[in-house]
Design a protein. Structure first.
Length: 67
């Protein structure tokens, strides 16, 4: 398997059956990928709490004290 199909890959490490097990990429290519993953996680977290009631600081502190 060649890296031509994988634009960021510098090197592919395969097992004895030829299945790709690891990919080596340039650190400067890795950073935007990491940022995209973190951004997606943030979006998912926002969607998860989007319907929750907004609390003021006193209400939030009272909720924390209950725990």
């Amino acid at each position: 398997m060649t890296t031509i199909k994988y634009p960021f890959a510098q090197e592919l490490i395969t097992d004895t059956q030829g299945n790709i097990r690891k990919v080596i990429i340039d650190f400067q290519d890795y950073l935007p990928l990491l940022e995209a993953i973190e951004y997606e996680g943030l979006i998912l977290a926002i969607k998860e709490v989007q319907q929750e009631k907004t609390l003021n600081i006193n209400e939030a502190l009272a909720e924390l004290e209950k725990q």
